[in-house]
Design a protein around this ligand. Structure first.
Ligand code: NAD
Length: 452
């Protein structure tokens, strides 16, 4: 029933009116108030809801949903003046407020500035150092000072442009989420990790004291542009690091992607994803690999906005690693492949995965120079603590560790008892001892790439 105190009821769609009338007939007192489109100011977010009171007049319940539109596009030459995509986003807003990774600014700042100059769009750009050690609340405060009243004073519907790697996408995404409680942003991931995983991800965050990425909110970019030409300047160690997140989706969701990695993975690393010394065929393969990885990831992650469902294949390799990665100062990708290889051994121990498929996963990681073992796995306290933290993070209903049940498929281990964990670690150590470098990868530590 619409309250008589409401002076001008908003237009209500016919179907809603019918619903209200039916409820009214049933003696319920429900007010359903969809918001009028003429009052909407955001292009990307909509909200609607229902408020239901019981007959006693002392309590009521609100059910609300919000919907967002998040687009992901593979593009070429995003800062070539002839490319209209960004100009089309920012021209009508009269300016572009951008946060750019400091290294990316050094390498590409000139073209970024030239692009906006050529389109006569004023650019307000903050160059931000974004090392793993900068992934903390202080950096978020710095970004908020830039975005806020004493800085650029962004409007709540003005998409901030974020250009950089996974560290920047996590911290800048979080700053945007906090600014006006939800300010949209456009993401251009300039590393492989940011392009196919961290960039479009709804998860924005900073690191907690002992557990990575533990403080943050869900706030995906409204538009993600993936332009692999940025990878030409990326250190090979970072290209390899990004491969880990692609392997993760291949193993758990897409056999055809796994096969492409077996065939072309090494060449993709050597040619910086077909941006250096590559032919047209490899360029096509590079786009296909990126597209398949992105699609598989967003199919699961982008549609599970608040991680309320724990059937999340992309968490493969990320169950124990958030605890041991910072402790061992590992590159994120190497920590993930250690987690994945260990997960493959565990899945084999549990009867989920054949020995041949376990070895195929381990071989692919090794072939690409990624780590599959680190002695930190033997630190029972860290592993158990990691499990405990993860159970809490995933909602206390279980551990829900994704483990492969074949190549291109996975299932979820609700619990991994400490004895099973210890047996699998011993087994995994025995497997890796037979391998070259005992399972250590190339440039596996943060310090190897000067990122500490
Ligand atoms: N939110 C998520 O869902 C999610 C998913 C995966 C990873 N992550 C996070 O992402 C982070 C890792 O991201 P990353 O691997 O992109 O590392 P990164 O952001 O540290 O970038 C790596 C290095 O490359 C530099 N760089 C960036 N683009 C470049 C380019 N085109 N050319 C040359 N140098 C360039 C950066 O300045 C940095 O020094 C981790 O903190 C991880 O936790 C988050």
């Amino acid at each position: 029933m619409i309250s008589s105190k409401m002076p001008n009821p908003l237009p209500i769609e016919e179907s809603m009116r019918e619903k209200m009338e039916t409820l009214e007939k049933l003696g319920n007192t429900t007010l359903w108030r969809p918001h009028g489109e003429e009052y909407r100011t955001s292009e990307w977010y909509t909200g609607s809801g229902e408020i239901t009171s019981d007959d006693g007049g002392l309590s009521f319940e609100v059910t609300a949903t919000y919907q967002l539109k998040a687009e992901v596009k593979l593009v070429k030459g995003v800062f070539e003046v002839a490319n209209p995509i960004l100009a089309d986003v920012y021209r009508s807003r009269g300016r572009c407020v951008a946060i750019v990774d400091q290294t990316v600014d050094e390498l590409y700042g000139k073209s970024i500035r030239h692009y906006f100059d050529a389109h006569e769009i004023p650019l307000e750009l903050l160059s931000c150092r974004a090392w793993e050690s900068d992934k903390n609340p202080d950096t978020v405060h710095k970004l908020l000072a830039f975005l806020g009243k004493d800085g650029c004073d962004v409007s709540r519907n003005e998409p901030v442009l974020v250009i950089g790697g996974g560290v920047l996408s996590d911290v800048a995404g979080l700053a945007c989420a906090l600014q006006h409680r939800r300010t949209p942003y456009v993401m251009i991931g300039t590393t492989v990790v940011a392009a196919i995983d961290a960039g479009p991800s709804p998860r924005t965050c900073v690191n907690g004291a002992q557990f990575k990425n533990s403080i943050g909110v869900y706030h995906p970019p409204v538009l993600t542009l993936v332009d692999r030409s940025f990878f030409r300047t990326l250190a090979k160690g970072h290209i390899r690091n990004g491969m880990a997140e692609i392997i993760k989706m291949a193993v758990t969701d897409d056999l055809s992607l796994f096969e492409l990695l077996e065939k072309y993975g090494k060449r993709l690393i050597e040619t910086h994803f077909a941006t250096v010394n590559a032919d047209a065929e490899l360029e096509e393969i590079a786009d296909e690999v990126i597209y398949k990885a992105l699609y598989a990831y967003m199919k699961h992650e982008g549609t599970n906005m608040f991680e309320t469902y724990q059937d999340r294949p992309h968490a493969y390799g990320h169950t124990w690693s958030p605890r041991f990665e910072p402790a061992a100062k590992l590159m994120h990708g190497h920590a993930v492949t250690i987690g994945m290889a260990f997960g493959a051994t565990l899945a084999n121990e549990m009867g989920w995965l054949s020995l041949a498929d376990r070895d195929r996963i381990i071989n692919l990681c090794q072939e690409l120079g990624l780590s599959i073992y680190h002695p930190i796995l033997e630190d029972t306290e860290i592993m158990i603590q990691g499990q405990k933290n993860m159970r809490r993070k995933r909602g206390d209903g279980g551990l829900w560790a994704p483990l492969p049940s074949g190549i291109g498929a996975c299932d979820y281990a609700r619990e991994v008892p400490p004895e099973a964990l210890a047996t699998a670690v011993a087994q995994h150590k025995a497997v890796c001892e037979q391998l070259p470098n005992q399972g250590a990868g190339e440039e596996m530590y943060l310090s190897d790439l000067g990122l500490e």
